[in-house]
Design a protein around this ligand. Structure first.
Ligand code: GLC
Length: 779
């Protein structure tokens, strides 16, 4: 099977006409029946039955509407449809060639409009805006299935995670199309067809489909990308709030293997005064790569040593691969064999392949009883004291063995039915294991592969990238489109996994990625070391500065994750997410918003002396120079070893930790509130809790609402306590424009405040800002 090619409409039989009335229509010639359901709030579901299609989804998707739809779905006699209202169609099915079948494959074709732009598609090495592409969804282990040249150039599609979600944006309307089908699915947006050298055919086909499985497609309509992404997250699930430490800095390398390695890292981070939460263990910590074991020579007393690191504030995150070494006498294998947990081959025997331990068997996560078995194993491992888990090789990666020979559900289901869901099942079971070991601790899992809904159980890192400038630049489009696809908790290996990072690349990558939702330094075996201190003094200073700045901004980041968990809001956002009315940002793939307030435009090209930055409408506070800039234009910025183009949006209130954190002892109760407000008003909600447990669900959280108004040089601020379950906090207000007067009110009392000069810029240089005396909030 070649998963890099997709079925083309040219071979499909299309419904020229549809018979019937009401919500159901028959596509007679093909023996297929189509049913549309209006689920409310402009969300529609299209199902098709016939052709012995079956639903093999592990996770059911459910939509709870808060109100009726404004739009409606109209069947057209000629076998098409129109989704819209009196003002026009948001999306139209291609008349006469909309619903097509070809054997077990099915597809839906839409009318492509000139103004349409395409985003999402999960994790894809495709252009940021996905016009003129065709792509398949099949979880793939890159370094096994592509050449090193393709990997280095980032020309690897498909990748590890499959989320068949297409966000179609045109002026005034956004439609999300989710293919809720686990079989290999595909999407095309009109790829130019090469016939022979120099001869091409334009192809305007816009289509989605799958090679098997019950056709099930959701259409999510809205006015803005944000609205549609939030709907997607309501449908497939939001990312549960991670522990605060999971949002810190993580240090990893394929090569750390002993307690002494981690002990050394702990000491170095302390010595260099760099905050760091996670210390990760790659495969070498295990006894001959046997999952759920520690090599006694490398960790003589794992429980005590993990506890010691925990006492020092470090969280150990070991890798867990799904493959179980085939070896009699190894408990996990023996027990798995006895309980028949492994996937089978066509002869009914245990399916085997080759991974790190050699001959390997694979739990069949499609079965609930196997997920239960795995959860028990993870539970035991978590009880040892590991803080989280790194789920790898779960595409599943099968090296040289053909995937079709791996069957699911006691050998009754073809590989393709559960391939894309393999990592989803592993993540479901692994999260369950952690919850059982420590029911009142938020699990922290990061996975390589995934599917629709995986974000409910794990975050992602974007797999084995390379330490080169191509991958640095691509990492932005990757993370942004994953966020659009409902998987915002993700990040790349910084500063690259394969090959050697130069000091310049390491600095650039940290400057670009220091506010990515997930920040982990990881490198491959045999490559140069790339801990912050492994380069030179200048690189150490820059990397340290940006890691500290991340920790300073952790309260802001943490609240973005609360917005994700509660409302499905993205953390990192493309510019068009925040500025949906402009077409200027359609293809901007090297700038992004961190939440609503922070704009980054990092330098991601080697040796460049500067770059052009597109500043959206409004005013922007340049955190490097300390100047306010007018937006709605592009500006040129120069390069500097230390600074990175970073801007705060006028009208924003940003809550940070106080001062410059030098370690990971976070304090969410001693804060600064940075007021970026030239005129008018601004408002923000800020929440804090213990950062670790589920007690916030029982009320142990404080939620404050800050409001500021700037009128004719007079600034007034206020705080309202919406919930006080985690006690009070102290806040200093930092202003970036000196007002004539400043008053602040809380609990009905207004106070005039004195302002003291303060200096803070993102790059560490002096800046005239003003800071107030601390104010107690939340009482
Ligand atoms: C895979 C992972 C990589 C890891 C390596 C060894 O390639 O993607 O991150 O270091 O395996 O476990």
């Amino acid at each position: 099977m070649d998963f890099r090619k997709i079925p083309h409409p040219v071979n499909f039989r299309f419904a020229g006409a549809l018979a019937g009335k009401g919500s159901t229509r028959a596509f007679k010639e093909a023996g297929v029946s189509l049913r549309i359901r209006d689920l409310g709030e402009d969300v529609f579901h299209l199902g098709m039955t016939g052709r012995s299609w079956k639903d093999e989804n592990l996770l059911p998707l459910s939509w709870k509407a808060a109100g009726p739809s404004r739009l409606s779905w109209t069947w057209l006699d000629k076998g098409g449809f129109s989704l819209g209202d009196a003002q026009g169609a948001r999306l139209r099915g291609e008349p006469g060639a909309c619903f097509g079948v070809c054997g077990k494959s099915w597809l839906l074709r839409f009318v492509q409009e000139e103004a349409m732009r395409f985003y999402g598609f999960g994790e894809k090495n495709l252009p940021f805006e996905r016009s003129k592409v065709d792509t398949t969804f099949w979880n793939t282990d890159l370094w096994a299935d592509y050449t090193p040249q393709q990997c280095e150039a980032g020309e690897t599609d498909p990748m590890y995670v499959s989320i068949p979600f297409m966000l179609i944006r045109k002026p005034g309307a956004v439609v999300g199309v989710l293919v809720a089908n686990p079989f290999p699915s595909f999407m095309g947006t009109g790829k130019t067809i090469a016939i022979s050298p120099g001869e091409t055919r334009e192809d305007e086909s816009l289509y989605v489909g799958a090679t098997d499985g019950l056709p099930s497609v959701f259409f999510l309509c809205g006015n803005t990308p944000a609205e549609v992404v939030e709907k997607l997250q309501r449908l497939s699930g939001t990312t549960p709030l991670p522990p605060l430490w999971g949002l810190g800095h993580h240090q990893c390398r394929w090569g750390y293997q002993t307690f002494e390695d981690l002990d050394g890292l702990d000491r170095s981070f302390r010595k260099h005064k760099i905050p760091c939460d996670g210390l990760w263990l790659d495969i070498d910590y295990m006894d001959r790569f046997k999952v759920f074991t520690f090599d006694k020579k490398k960790f003589s007393k794992p429980a005590a040593q993990l506890a010691e690191l925990r006492r020092r504030g470090r969280r150990v995150v070991p890798i867990i691969d799904p493959g179980v070494k085939v070896e009699r006498g190894y408990g996990v294998y023996d027990d798995g064999l006895k309980r028949k947990v492994f996937a089978r081959n066509p002869e009914g025997a245990v399916f085997k392949s080759f991974v790190w331990p050699g001959k390997t068997a694979f739990p069949d996560f499609s079965l609930a009883r196997v997920r239960e078995w795995w959860a028990k194993r993870v539970e035991g491992f978590a009880r040892l004291g590991v803080s989280g888990a790194w789920l790898d090789m779960n595409e599943p990666a099968l090296s040289i063995v053909v995937q079709e020979d791996m069957l699911f559900r006691e050998g009754s289901k073809p590989h393709a039915a559960y391939h894309n869901q393999y990592a989803l099942g592993m993540a479901m079971a692994s999260r369950e294991g952690f919850l059982r070991a420590r029911p009142n601790e938020r699990p922290f899992l990061i996975s390589r592969a995934g599917f629709i809904g995986s974000n409910r159980f794990a975050g992602f890192w974007t797999g084995d990238n390379c330490s080169n400038w191509i991958h640095l630049k691509k990492s932005i489009g990757l993370t942004l489109n994953l966020a659009i696809s409902g998987a915002p908790f993700n990040g790349p290996d910084v500063p690259g996994f394969a090959n050697d990072a130069s000091p310049e690349l390491a600095r650039a990558w940290y400057k670009a990625g220091f506010l990515f939702p997930f920040l982990r330094n990881h490198s491959g075996t045999g490559t140069r070391k790339q801990e912050p201190w492994a380069f030179d003094a200048r690189t150490l200073a820059v990397v340290r500065h940006y890691i500290r700045l991340r920790y300073k901004l952790l309260p802001y980041l943490y609240n973005l994750f609360i917005g994700q968990a509660e409302q499905g809001k993205a953390v990192l956002r493309p510019l068009f997410y925040e500025f949906p009315d402009s077409q200027d940002f359609d293809r901007v793939d090297d700038q992004f918003m961190v939440g609503p307030a922070i704009l980054q435009a990092p330098l991601v090209e080697e040796g460049k002396k500067g770059r052009k930055v597109l500043l959206p409408q409004g005013h922007w506070f340049d955190a490097g120079s300390g100047k306010w800039l007018a937006g709605g234009r592009s500006v040129r910025v120069g390069s500097s070893a230390k600074a990175t183009p970073l801007y705060f949006r006028d009208g924003s209130l940003v809550v940070t930790q106080a001062g410059e954190p030098t370690d990971n002892r976070n304090n969410l109760k001693e804060l600064e509130l940075h007021v970026f407000l030239r005129q008018g008003s601004a408002e923000v909600d800020y929440c804090f809790d213990d950062g670790e447990s589920f007690d916030y669900q029982k009320g142990a959280r404080t939620r404050l609402r800050f409001k500021f108004e700037q009128k004719g040089g007079r600034l007034s601020g206020s705080v309202e306590t919406l919930a006080a379950g985690f006690g009070p906090c102290r806040v200093r207000v930092v202003l970036y424009q000196r007002p004539k007067t400043f008053s602040f009110s809380r609990g009905g009392k207004t106070q005039d405040l004195e302002l003291a000069p303060h200096s803070w810029t993102a790059s560490g240089g002096p800046l005239k800002a003003w800071i107030s005396a601390p104010i107690r909030c939340g009482v």
